[in-house]
Design a protein. Structure first.
Length: 115
């Protein structure tokens, strides 16, 4: 079964950190461009970060300097490290794997930043 599974979300206090994971099964994640997206209640889904198959990274202005995306090929997993979290980071976070002929989405993981 081809799927992406996110994990690592939870409740964190402002200023805290989380590492989100996106694990793939049934296909090799290294061959795909990976995007992290998030959707807050009542808002549209927005891009957070991307990691190309060649290793190039990009970040939304809202997380630049606070987020790091990385890949562990041995675990077939991509990570999004988020630091100095604030309440505006509260959202469901999704990962997306994209290449010619195939696209996959995970089910999302909830991140809530609150004191």
């Amino acid at each position: 079964q081809l799927q992406l599974v996110e994990s690592g979300g939870g409740l964190v206090q402002p200023g805290g950190s989380l590492r989100l994971s996106c694990a793939a099964s049934g296909f090799i994640l290294d061959n795909y461009d990976i995007g992290w997206f998030r959707q807050a209640p009542g808002k549209e889904r927005e891009g957070v970060s991307c990691l190309s198959s060649s290793g190039a990274t990009n970040y939304a202005d809202s997380v630049k300097g606070r987020a790091t995306v990385s890949r562990d090929n041995a675990k077939n997993t991509v990570y999004l490290q988020m630091n100095r979290l604030n309440p505006e980071d509260t959202a469901v976070y999704y990962c997306n794997a994209l290449r010619s002929g195939g696209e996959y989405w995970g089910q999302g993981t909830q991140v809530t930043v609150s004191s």
